[in-house]
Each structure stands twice: as structure tokens, then as C-alpha cells.
Design a binder for this molecule. Sequence first.
Ligand code: CDP
Ligand code: CDP
Length: 202
Amino acid sequence: MSFTIAIDGPAAAGKGTLAQALSAHFGFAYLDTGLLYRAVGAGVIAGGDPVAVAQALDPSDLNADTLRTQAVAEAASRVAVIPDVRAALVAFQRSFARRDGGAVLDGRDIGTVICPDADVKLFVTASAEIRADRRFAELTAKGVQTDLAAILDEVRARDDRDQNRAEAPLIAAADATLIDTTSMTAAEALAQAITIVTAKRA
Ligand code: CDP
Ligand code: CDP
């Protein structure tokens, strides 16, 4: 039996942290769809054509560590506006969502475009300042030297591009539950999400 949890929201809102914890709690598979766009962005930085890179992408090659830089995030949001890039990534995401045993996908358009019939849709958000603080703390903890003001600018620019593109813009599905994590711990957000998913599964 399939059961799909769709999690969308802006950069560093806590989507991945929540998606991973939910997948562990319920024993579901997890797909970070941002990695698909990041891999295409990285391919373009390396000189590739965005559509050709997207069409040739092998999801088993995705290496989260090398794709987690600000430069790759920025490149990802630039290729993500290209309809043929998005189209090349749809089938893989949909088949992942429908796998037996349950799936959690996080991204920007999961509840709206990829899985409009998802069993549970969550829209996770937080203020841009808090999100930039979180990303800064993450990068600093990894030993990456970075600048908070530059991260805030990058997060805002990316939000703006993601929200205003013509194809699959970042927007909460009408039937999504909003989780604003601005003053929540990751554990509090998880507890709220578990309650929602458990009610839906009953
Ligand atoms: O996937 P997304 O870019 O939305 O965010 P993330 O990488 O899951 O989370 C960004 C950071 O926020 C992580 O370091 C989390 O520990 C932290 N955080 C969270 O995820 N949820 C909260 N309610 C509070 C903090
Ligand atoms: O981790 P963070 O939230 O910062 O970014 P991400 O989820 O890895 O996504 C990187 C970029 O890919 C986003 O800014 C979007 O432009 C794009 N993306 C998208 O368009 N659709 C998705 N389903 C996932 C990501």
C-alpha cells in the first residue's frame, strides 16, 4: 500500500529535517527532491546543458554532501525555472511517491504538481531571518566559512525566484496544513506532523 506525505516550503524552513524524522518514525522512504535540482545545477556549473543534464540524471548518483553548497543552491534555483528541466524530473518523483510502504517527499511543488493527491500535505515555513540563521549555523558547524548577511540575501533571492516562476511556483496547496517553525524546535514540528499523519492513517 502506498501512503504519500508531501512537504513543501522555502529554503531552510526545516523541511528536510522534518521529512527525515517522519520517514524514520513511520518507516517510509524519503526523497529530498531539492537534490535533483541541485544535481542539475552542479552539472550546469560544470559546463553542461541544463535540459540534457536533467534528462541524463541518474538519481542513484545523488551525493548530498557535494551538493549542499550555496553556489549549487543558487544554480539549482536558476535551472528550476526551466519547464523542460522540471518535466525531465517528474516521472522519477511520482514513481517514488507511489512506492509500496509509504514515501515522504520534500521540495517546492510536491503537494501542488508532483503529488496533488498526496495523503498528507504539509507546508513548512519560517521567517527569512530565522531560516538564514539556521543555514548559517549548519554551514558553520560543518566548518564552512560564510557570512550571515550573504546567506540572508541568497535565501531571499531564491525564495523570490521560486515563488515567482511561471512553472510550478512555490505555493502552499489549498489543502496543505501550514507549520510555521519560526519559534518551534524541530522536535515540536515533528510532534505536530506526527499527530496530523497519524490522524490521516487511522
Ligand atoms: O530542508 P530545509 O532546507 O527546509 O531545512 P533543513 O535543512 O531541514 O533545516 C534547516 C535547519 O533548521 C536544520 O539545522 C534544523 O536542525 C533546523 N531546525 C529545523 O529544522 N526545524 C525547526 N523547527 C528548528 C530548527
Ligand atoms: O535545502 P533548501 O531548501 O535550501 O533547497 P533545496 O530544497 O535543496 O532546493 C534547491 C532549489 O531547487 C530550490 O531553491 C528550488 O529552486 C529548486 N527546487 C524546486 O524547484 N522544486 C523542488 N521540488 C525542489 C527544489
